[in-house]
Design a protein around this ligand. Structure first.
Ligand code: SF4
Length: 150
């Protein structure tokens, strides 16, 4: 009998600073395809992710992604580096992590420490996110496992 060869399904990837984008996402973005992709991705906060510092699951549908490279790569890489530095204890191990743990990590290490502007203050969306944070307006469901939150 032939043995079935099953390749493991690759995990979705996420740039670390995109956990901040996720917490403030409210259905706005670079294009409708980008918005739809992000909306469906964020519906499952329990999904396991591999952290990446290149183009990720959000970038896939982004008009700024040119042949697998962000046209603002220098700027967004800086956001990733700052996020990684501040969440080092969480992400150092290079282990897959559920989306809700990543979001909780940036929530504790960046948002609660009032470091949002220092991480991604140069982003065109920064005024929206910073304004939302001042109002206590973010996506709290992303801090909970989607498999236990109902
Ligand atoms: S702007 Fe760049 S980093 Fe952000 S989602 Fe688009 S391609 Fe990715």
């Amino acid at each position: 009998m032939m043995e079935e060869t099953r390749l493991p399904t690759p995990l979705a990837t996420l740039r670390p600073h995109h956990a901040l984008c996720a917490l403030f996402f409210e259905g706005k973005g670079y294009s409708q395809a980008f918005i739809d992709n992000m909306t469906s991705f964020l519906a499952d906060s329990s999904q396991m992710l591999q952290i990446t510092t290149g183009c990720d699951a959000f970038c896939q549908a982004c008009p700024n992604n040119v042949n697998g490279q962000c046209k603002d790569e220098a700027k967004v890489s800086l956001f990733d580096q700052r996020t990684l530095k501040l969440t080092a204890t969480l992400l150092q191990a290079d282990q897959p992590i559920p989306l809700y743990e990543l979001c909780q990590g940036v929530f504790d290490a960046i948002l609660r420490q009032d470091l949002l502007a220092e991480v991604c203050g140069e982003c065109e969306w920064a005024p929206l996110c910073q304004g939302k944070w001042q109002q206590g307006d973010f996506n709290p469901q992303l801090l909970q496992s989607s498999s236990t939150s109902d």
